[in-house]
Design a protein around this ligand. Sequence first.
Ligand code: PMP
Length: 426
Amino acid sequence: MSEIHALGETELQERLRMLQEKYDGFMQRRLKLDMSRGKPSPEQLQLSMGMLDAVTSADGLLASDGTDTRNYGGLDGIPEAKALFAQILEVSPQEIVIGGSSSLTMMHDAIARAMLFGVDADSTPWGKRSAVKFLCPSPGYDRHFAICELFGIEMIAIDMFDDGPDMDTVERLAGEDDSIKGIWCVPKYSNPDGLTYSDDVVDRLARMKTKAGDFRIMWDNAYAVHHLTERADKLKNIFAACRDAGNPDRVLMFSSTSKISFAGSGIAVMAASERNLNVTRKQLSVQTIGPDKVNQLRHVRFFEHISKLESHMAKHASILKPKFDLVLNMFERELDGKGVATWRKPNGGYFISLNTLDGCAVEVVKLAAEAGVTLTKAGATFPYGTDPRDRNIRIAPSYPTLAELETAIEVICVCVEIASIKKIMG
Ligand code: PMP
């Protein structure tokens, strides 16, 4: 099929008629497919069932330091859980606090603490300032943006390039405005673009001059070990980079096993400099007597060490890869060469980011919904839910079966073409 921009009015109308017929066919099938969130499939969850049998006897519930995990205590995690995450995140166990089951909660709480108390004893609570702003590389993770909205933090969208955020703009803004207190980053297999920040971007983030002394990088490394192919992306260690640049307290790192073991019932972690963690631990000790250590022990017993965890992730990849391939092959077959959309081929993570022609994403998501395919709301990947170019759609291929996915992508491709033609024809 030719580039739609090269078609004349009559050809476009004929093409639209054919697409409309296809679309009506989908409507008659009364589909009900939900691709709105990046959830692991039941088959993936099954991979971790052994974890539930990993601790069975009372003896087996003692952590390596003798702590009875069934009882209170252990504010920041059992040693073996810290050691496992230290390997995953390439930091030292002293730089780790294990939390509950959600890294999003830890991010939310870190922002809440900074708003209420400031990032340390010497700094002004962010909430006491007339304005607090965050840099938001976009498209990005909608729930990060929701945290900013909740706390009244003004969001500044930053363009994403192939190697990460537009660093010229990040450096300029962070360097001139002391109400800019931080930046959200999903540095590896980013949500939704699936791209990994380059070494240069990591170095620049670590090194840049910030007007605010209490500037924090919210480094959400949610997809650290979530490779889809043999060609795993390599992310430079921002901890080391920040230390080398003389800014050791700049980065707060987060991760979890939500997409390793059980989503929402995994373990979450925050990693930061010892100085940052000393402040955090003090505040945490008021909030909780300690997190779920039995769950931590289950995880450590099941995964043991990084290499076993990596083979577990390879099993996830063997389920996920065919789904990503299906989507990408169908995009290539149905959309490539038509001038209606572009997309990236990620080496890991949970999403494929589809960019339609400007001004078409809302229409595509609406058409798909009417045909029974629920997608992430258009605009959700941008601050305040508004995509200035109205073009980004986040595709989450993990949950549906291959057969469901095939139908859903067929529908999406037809909707993309219909919306594009309508846009061109005005
Ligand atoms: N960060 C990112 C970038 C995510 O994509 C997700 C899950 N969609 C989360 C955090 C949520 O993690 P958790 O389950 O640990 O709260």
